[in-house]
Design a protein around this ligand. Structure first.
Ligand code: BES
Ligand code: MN
Ligand code: ZN
Length: 499
């Protein structure tokens, strides 16, 4: 998809479809929409008067222009109530509109950005949000359809800029493309089935990203993991014939600084549950148990492209959690890279095991601030459902940074506690800790476990088990993997660099 910025007004631009917007609380069109309406003999305002167009959020009405203006169609996009309008909503609304345009075979789409609604939106953020909406909303994953059907694809988007800085919009558009393409990359990785996204393939994908942006990368193989004593990671991977991979990518944008942000991702390319095997229903969804790893790779891809003045290290532990004669037994005790011992009470609580070694290793390599992203617990779905990421931390300042980044990206996070009272949830009779004690506070239990490995380093854990995929298309998310957390991590890194 190509973006072009133009000073030409939408009323004279030729294209397959132009988007104009309308809000719920106004009984008439404003600004450019009004100009289009006048050229169209007031047909749009007639529909508004007849309440056929209400301006409800996400409402889409398509009209043919029959030569009244050079564009073939007008798409009237409802933005909901004006006072409730945010950048996040604008992003979603443009996603819905673009998806509709894609569905009917529009290949050139035109829209306008102006100061019509809120002065507080700066043109950079507005340009970015609109582009993100369009690129994210029209995402498709169909590599395994052999039937050659004609695939609808928006090839070109023309953004007509009226009363605001064209350079600022342009800057936002460039950012939006990088942010959204990186999120789509993470979606691609997560949507791949487990036989097409093994730890080895994931490592290859990471190498491609590193090569594209000239980043340092190393892949630790099983033998090296053994030498390093990563007993927790190795225990999880033992039941599978697929070799485990520890992926480490480094971006050094501030060689003069000692600070380094560590982004740690859970890369379970399939989670069967291990010996304590999961029920049969929906087990296929566990191909997406590497969404945290995918998000880290997506973020690294954007960081490589944006080149901010900051150091970032991505650490991903990737393996399968399988059942076999070699698989780890419930009750096994393992030594982690940190030196702490763990009693594996539940083989299905594998995410925290592979993350414990990845977190310790990120620290060992110099990370001074940590964020881990993981599809860690079913429990977070009980707590927050499918709309909000669970956030856990050992540090208030770092938490505020991540929350601020999430606010910018429009990805919602909600903090849950890791009070000392919960320490008993990981107490073991025979080792330093257990990976599960059957607590109903499952997401907190997972967080308490990881906290032991973060130690004194400021750390935030994002549990994305509820938000990493959707079963129904809505807003910026077409059905399937969402690529959630990618844009929050990019925003976090940019904020940290002062960009
Ligand atoms: N990968 C799962 C968590 C998950 C559940 C992700 C649903 C996406 C959707 C994780 O490895 C797991 O199995 N967690 C267990 C832990 C329990 C055994 C302590 C859980 O949450 O049930
Ligand atoms: Mn599991
Ligand atoms: Zn898992």
């Amino acid at each position: 998809m190509q973006f072009k910025i133009s000073r030409e007004p939408i009323t004279t631009l030729a294209s397959d479809c132009i988007i104009i917007t309308h809000t719920e609380d106004k009984d008439m069109l404003l600004g450019l929409a009004k100009e289009v309406d006048e050229k169209m003999d007031h047909r749009i305002s007639q529909l508004i008067a007849e309440k056929e167009i209400k301006g409800k959020f996400g409402e889409v009405t398509l009209l043919h222009t029959w030569g009244k203006i050079p564009a073939k169609r007008v798409l009237v996009l409802g933005l909901g109530k004006e006072e409730k309008l945010t950048l996040e909503k604008a992003r979603s609304a443009y996603a819905i509109a673009a998806r509709k345009a894609q569905e009917i075979g529009v290949s050139e789409l035109t829209l306008a950005v102006s100061q019509k609604y809120k002065d507080i939106w700066n043109p950079v953020d507005l340009g970015q949000a609109v582009v993100e909406g369009i690129v994210l909303g029209t995402y498709q994953f169909k590599p395994y359809k052999t039937k050659t059907e004609i695939e609808n694809k928006i090839e070109r988007v023309i953004i007509s800029v009226k009363d605001i800085s064209i350079d600022a919009v342009e800057a936002g558009v460039v950012r939006g493309e990088i942010f959204a393409e990186s999120q789509n990359l993470a979606r691609d990785f997560s949507n791949e089935p487990a036989n097409k996204m093994t730890p080895t393939i994931l490592a290859e994908k990471a190498k491609e990203i590193a090569k594209k942006h000239h980043l340092e990368i190393s892949i630790l193989e099983k033998e090296q993991l053994e030498e390093l004593n990563m007993g927790a990671f190795l225990a999880v991977s033992k039941g599978s014939t697929e070799p485990p991979k520890m992926i480490v990518i480094k971006y050094i944008g501030a060689p003069d600084s000692k600070d380094m942000i560590g982004l740690v991702g859970k890369g379970i390319t399939f989670d069967s549950g291990g010996i304590q095997i999961k029920p049969d229903k929906n087990m296929d969804e566990m191909k997406g148990d590497m969404a945290g790893a995918a998000a880290v790779l997506g973020a690294i891809n954007a960081i490589g492209a944006l080149k901010p003045h900051v150091n970032v290290i991505g650490v991903i532990s990737a393996c399968e959690n399988m059942v076999s004669g070699e698989a780890v037994h419930p009750g096994d005790v393992v030594e982690t890279f940190s030196g702490k011992t763990v009693e594996i009470k539940h083989t299905d609580a594998e995410g925290r095991l592979i993350l414990s070694d990845a977190i310790s290793y990120a620290k060992h390599l110099g990370a001074t601030k940590l964020v881990d992203v993981a599809t860690l617990t079913g429990s977070i779905i009980s707590a927050l459902g499918h709309h909000i990421i669970g956030l856990f931390s050992n540090n208030m300042d770092w938490t505020e940074e991540v929350k601020a980044a999430a606010k910018i990206s429009g990805e919602k996070v909600w903090e849950l506690p890791l009070d000392d009272d919960y320490a008993e949830l990981i107490e073991s009779d025979i080792a330093d800790m257990v990976n599960d004690a059957g607590s109903p506070a499952g997401a907190i239990q997972g967080g308490m476990f990881l906290k032991e490995f973060a130690g004194e380093t400021p750390w935030v854990h994002l549990d994305i088990a509820g938000t990493s995929d959707v079963t129904k298309t809505s807003g910026i998310n077409p059905k399937g993997a969402t690529g959630v957390a990618v844009r929050t991590m990019i925003a976090l890194v940019l904020r940290f660099s002062g960009n």
